[in-house]
Design a protein around this ligand. Structure first.
Ligand code: ATP
Ligand code: MG
Length: 458
């Protein structure tokens, strides 16, 4: 693959995000592409895949050449789901390539097994998958094609350690001696499996490119999780930005939550929580942990009154409050950050909830903390993955809610933006907020941990 003098200015941006880039990848090479959030990593993968100027609007100059068929795993797995059932979803690429049916289904089943979704079977609804399961489904859709070139954008970002290890192995098995470019922030586990590390600066320039040994011997580049370095200190965030109006604890007792997924062709029920009990006190951070699909996001939704429990009790009963009242006291960031966006501009997004609930907010100060100051006029949908997640946090928390519920808040962050996110969480807790996060990040500071196992809490 070769990018030559490659320049991309997305629609709506004054300056290019990648300018005059030259990058060549030899057949069979395994490259790890790293750099700060917003550096241009996904942009480069999209460039190699031919998506810039076609599915993404903007101005493209220079050339991108690829020799062979390629498979691209998108950073946001929800963007890749095309079908109602797991089987049809994974088969989509094969159908497009006119692979005969007799050959197709065995390949689909093998791909589902590879990513650990075989237990559900082909007929499970895609709409009933957790975030980490969606990520693995999207990967199955890429691996099943046996492409010559694998382009993988943060393939394990939403997985717990054990699942990430098995998914990484599945990727490496499928890659064999094929060409692979993988983007990831937590690079440690990849280093022994790649030949080369390309590091981008925050303005999309290649600042180093060489063997893993030379990368490890060099100085730690800005915005890269260099193995062996201590975890960054959470940023000091002013209490005035986060202090809630009142204290509001939440207790969940013996909660059962059955999720019903309805589609035109049927109904599927999943018991996502069974006997979930937790006491969330003001001034504490509770981490909900556990394997992919264990019910963490459902637990957050139940705590925050966004979903009524099938059985059991949540006190106070936030689910019966009116929307505006709920929004005043609860700040919630969904696992897929775009799902919360309501406006056309980053600055408006941050002021939106505060405006509705009648609280003043210093939008510029909030955006600065989250490293989004330069993007105030950008469209919320036209941001990098890490930027979108930080915007969702800023938008949900700017009005200083008493209960802060965050679904995987540190996914896709570099050390600097990680410190901003964890700094906000710590400051809100210190100022008396009741904080609960669903997370696979062992470094995220917490006071209490609840580990969920396949829908059963302990
Ligand atoms: N669809 C889009 N339209 C306009 N600008 C975009 C779009 N997607 C990303 N950008 C901008 O392009 C720059 C590079 O984004 P890119 O997604 O390539 O970063 P990244 O290195 O993958 O970051 P992350 O680690 O957060 O995923 C950022 O400034 C971002 O705001
Ligand atoms: Mg990205």
């Amino acid at each position: 693959m070769r990018l030559s003098d490659f320049t991309w200015r997305p629609l709506g941006r004054k300056a290019p995000v990648v300018a005059g880039l030259d990058l060549a990848v030899e057949p069979g090479e395994r490259v790890l592409l790293v750099g700060p959030s917003g550096a241009g990593k996904s942009t480069i993968l999209h460039g190699l895949a031919g998506a810039l100027g076609t599915t993404l609007a903007g101005e493209l100059t220079g050339t991108a050449e690829v020799d062979g068929r390629l498979g691209l795993l998108l950073q946001n797995p929800a963007d890749a789901i095309v079908a109602e059932h797991l089987g049809r979803d994974v088969a989509f690429g094969l159908e497009n390539a006119s692979v005969p049916r007799s050959e197709m289904w065995p390949r689909v089943d093998a791909a589902l097994d590879r990513v650990g979704l075989g237990v559900y079977g082909r007929h499970h609804f895609t709409a009933a998958l957790s975030g980490g399961e969606q990520q693995r489904l999207a990967l199955a859709g890429v691996l099943v094609l046996e492409p010559d070139v694998l382009l993988l954008d943060e393939p394990t970002s939403m997985l717990d350690d054990a699942t990430a290890t098995s998914v990484r192995q599945a990727i490496l098995d499928a890659a064999g001696d094929r060409t692979m470019v993988v983007v990831e922030h937590r690079i440690g586990p990849w280093l022994e499996h790649v030949d080369r590390v390309v590091v981008l600066s925050s303005d999309g320039e290649v600042v180093s490119d060489g063997s893993v040994a030379s990368f490890l011997a060099g100085p730690a580049p800005a915005g890269v999780w260099m193995p062996g370095l201590p975890t960054p200190e959470p940023l000091a965030v002013p209490a005035d930005l986060v202090r809630p109006a009142d204290a509001l604890g939440v207790t969940a007792e013996d909660v059962v939550a059955d999720l019903t997924t309805r589609t035109l062709r049927g109904v599927q029920r999943t018991r996502a929580l069974d006997g979930f009990t937790a006491v969330l006190a003001p001034g504490t951070t509770t981490a909900l942990t556990g394997p992919s699909g264990a019910g963490k996001s459902t637990a957050l939704a139940v705590i925050g009154g966004l979903r009524k429990p099938t059985n059991g009790r949540v006190t106070p009963d936030l689910a019966s409050r009116r929307t505006l009242e709920l929004a005043t006291s609860v700040g919630w960031v969904p696992q897929n950050p775009e799902h919360g966006f309501l406006t056309l501009k980053v600055a408006d997004e941050v002021a939106r909830t505060a405006g509705r609930v009648g609280r003043s907010v210093d939008a510029a100060a909030v955006l600065d903390v989250f490293g989004l100051g330069g993007l105030a006029d950008a469209h919320p949908y036209r941001l990098s993955g890490g930027e979108q997640r930080r915007l969702a946090l800023a938008a949900a928390l700017a009005h200083r809610p008493s209960v802060v519920l965050l679904d995987e808040p540190t996914v896709g962050q570099d050390p600097g933006t990680w410190a901003a996110v964890t700094g906000w969480v710590a400051a809100a807790r210190d100022a008396g907020a009741t904080v609960a996060v669903s997370t696979h990040d062992p470094d995220l500071p917490r006071d209490v941990e609840h580990r969920l196992e396949a829908g059963v809490s302990s």
